[in-house]
Unconditional design. Structure first.
Length: 347
């Protein structure tokens, strides 16, 4: 029969063993919690990283063409044809016949809703995806050629109205070109711009939309800084970012930059690139450069990388501003449009 002392010793040893097992379990649990919070890259405050769509899921059916009322090059081609200038009309049609993004710049909520609904209905008839550009942020373009935008208290209601008009359409939304990159040279934007964009992301969420934020381009902002700004603006909650909008850098250069930026952000954000006018590459300036040409035809990729699509975001033929002989920003400039067609990439 075992002694009382032996029984007590075994009980004491058992209690110590269970104590160590309990401590070990707590340590394992702490490690698991830490890994859950740390492993999703780019989420240093524990935010959930968005699940990224495939390119096909982001752009179901491919890219929709604009309806006639929104297609500025198409209207110009029709006018040239009505004037009997078939040669000019045919050249402008090279632009008009491609899927081009629709820019929302009108501060009127009523007008914005109507534009969205017209474009969405047209895209539904085509069984393709419409692409919208929100371009109405307060202090837009930091007072430069494209200055304007809503008042600060009007912006989020305007975004909310646009999002509701797009709801259920599966539209792609590019949020405010230049809005983040321009902070680099316009410091007065830094305090309010990123929190405002993050709130705009919140307004766009929950409507079945695919959203991309401003990623600048390869020659605007140091990659690490841009990654930080994009995280602050809410890139962890959207599909990713866009680059090269209204600019001229070649696809291979922009793609290398975008992949580097995506790595710096973490969480595997996807991206799209504006190729509307990059057929001849960088021409020494961003503002109506001589010798620029149309880029590749816009299309959705096969989805084997983080590059979702090559888009025509900037409408070819619209001026960048009153530089290099151009009219006001956003105005049609026929001679420039014809030069873009003449110099287009032959790929």
């Amino acid at each position: 029969m075992p002694s009382v002392e032996g029984t007590r010793a075994r009980r004491s040893t058992g209690r110590r063993q269970w104590t160590w097992i309990g401590v070990a379990a707590l340590v394992v649990a702490a490690v698991v919690v830490t890994l859950v919070n740390v492993l999703p890259h780019g989420s240093d405050d524990g935010r959930r990283i968005a699940e990224r769509k495939s390119a096909a899921e982001a752009f179901p059916g491919g890219l929709a063409r604009q309806p006639a009322d929104e297609n500025q090059p198409g209207r110009q081609a029709s006018e040239a044809r009505a004037d009997g200038d078939d040669a000019t009309a045919a050249k402008i049609a090279v632009i008009a016949d491609q899927p081009i993004a629709t820019w929302l710049t009108n501060t009127s909520i009523t007008a914005t809703r109507q534009t969205v609904r017209d474009v969405v209905r047209s895209a539904e008839r085509q069984h393709r995806t419409p692409v919208f550009v929100l371009y109405n942020v307060p202090d837009r373009d930091c007072g430069s050629y494209s200055k304007g935008g809503t008042r600060p208290d009007e912006y989020l209601p305007w975004v909310r109205a646009a999002a509701k008009a797009m709801a259920g359409s599966g539209a792609v939304v590019l949020v405010e070109p230049d809005a983040i990159a321009q902070i680099q040279v316009c410091k007065r934007l830094e305090a309010d711009r990123l929190p405002l964009l993050r709130k705009a992301v919140g307004e766009l969420a929950g409507h079945g939309l695919t959203v991309y934020l401003d990623g600048g381009n390869e020659n605007r902002v140091p990659t690490a800084k841009m990654a930080t700004w994009l995280r602050e603006a809410g890139v962890d909650r959207v599909q990713g970012f866009f680059t090269n909008v209204s600019n001229f850098y070649r696809v291979d250069q922009e793609r290398a930059y975008a992949d580097e930026l995506a790595d710096a952000i973490g969480g595997d954000p996807h991206f799209v690139i504006d190729v509307s006018r990059n057929g001849q590459g960088w021409r020494g300036t961003w503002c109506n450069p001589d010798g620029a040409g149309l880029g590749q035809a816009p299309h959705v990729t096969r989805g084997t990388t983080r590059l979702d699509a090559l888009l025509w975001v900037k409408t070819p033929g619209l001026s960048d501003g009153t530089c290099n002989g151009g009219p006001a920003a956003g105005q049609w400039w026929e001679s420039y449009a014809l030069a873009l067609v003449e110099n287009r990439t032959r790929d």
